[in-house]
Design a protein around this ligand. Structure first.
Ligand code: AP5
Ligand code: MG
Ligand code: ZN
Length: 219
């Protein structure tokens, strides 16, 4: 199964993708996490991505598409993937459709997590992440058991530099300009299901997993 999680910065894509991956048994592939991992390894890709991420701009399509396709070709993705943060432009979506079609596959489901703009900014402002396993926390809505320490792996928590108010606002502008058109793109193809992302984290997961299970039965 190929599932795309669509939603603005802070909508809960990472939070939900990791919970869904565990419950459904698919791989979780997050473009932003791959860029941040490349940066922490000081690779050429990581340093290139940083120059865009620091501004809240998108990394060029060509580089992003190549990185995702290399990742999705690894054996843990053989049964399918939950894509988090990709595609993010119409060109990326078309490249994904073409590549999957070439392998006799297609996207099964696009889950759009809808959240209002005010809520997005407060989520990004209060977010902390694990340096080691990328698990997301929030000072108010999802605090760790011990301050500054990851519940899952004991790693150190940090705040993303692109979550500063100024960069976060720019990421939202870029989202509405370049990524939001994907809602219509997938709606037209009959693949989009919208979920209210302002419910509690567990309730959102339940709804998303239910939609996936219903689709698995149909297949
Ligand atoms: P990326 O890392 O993908 O960031 P993003 O899309 O901006 O999304 P976020 O990770 O900020 O939000 P999220 O939806 O995952 O929310 P989360 O679950 O953490 O991309 C970063 C950068 O990389 C881009 O700006 C770009 O430069 C580059 N990039 C990445 N992909 C690219 C692509 N395809 N093409 C080009 N460039 C690309 O949740 C947020 C917070 O809210 C957390 O604190 C969480 O605990 C809390 N929360 C979650 N759900 C709830 C809830 N239901 N109720 C209350 N709080 C909640
Ligand atoms: Mg994320
Ligand atoms: Zn961790």
């Amino acid at each position: 199964m190929y599932i795309v999680l669509l939603g603005a910065p802070g909508a809960g894509k990472g939070t939900q993708a990791s919970r869904m991956a565990e419950q459904i048994g698919l791989a979780h592939v997050a473009s932003g996490d791959l860029f941040r991992e490349a940066l922490s390894n000081r690779t050429e890709l990581g340093l290139l991505a940083k120059s865009y991420m620091d501004r809240g701009a998108l990394v060029p399509d060509e580089v992003t598409i190549r990185m995702i396709f290399e990742r999705v070709a690894l054996p843990d993705c053989a049964k399918g993937v939950i894509l988090d943060g990709f595609p993010r432009t119409i060109a990326q979506a078309e490249a994904l459709d073409r590549t999957l079609a070439g392998q006799g596959k297609n996207i099964d489901l696009v889950l759009y997590i809808k959240v209002s703009e005010d809520e997005l900014l407060s989520r990004l402002g209060g977010r902390w992440l694990c340096r080691r396993c990328q698990a997301p926390y929030h000072i108010k809505s999802a605090p760790p058991k011990v301050a500054g320490v990851c519940d899952v792996c004991g790693g150190e928590l940090y705040q993303r530099t692109d979550d500063s108010m100024e960069t976060a606002r720019n990421r939202l502008v870029v989202y509405f300009d370049q990524t939001a058109p994907l809602i219509e793109y997938y709606q037209t193809k009959g693949k989009l299901v919208e979920v209210d992302g302002e419910q509690e984290i567990e309730a959102v997961t339940r709804e998303l997993v239910d939609v996936v299970r219903a689709r698995q039965v149909q297949k």
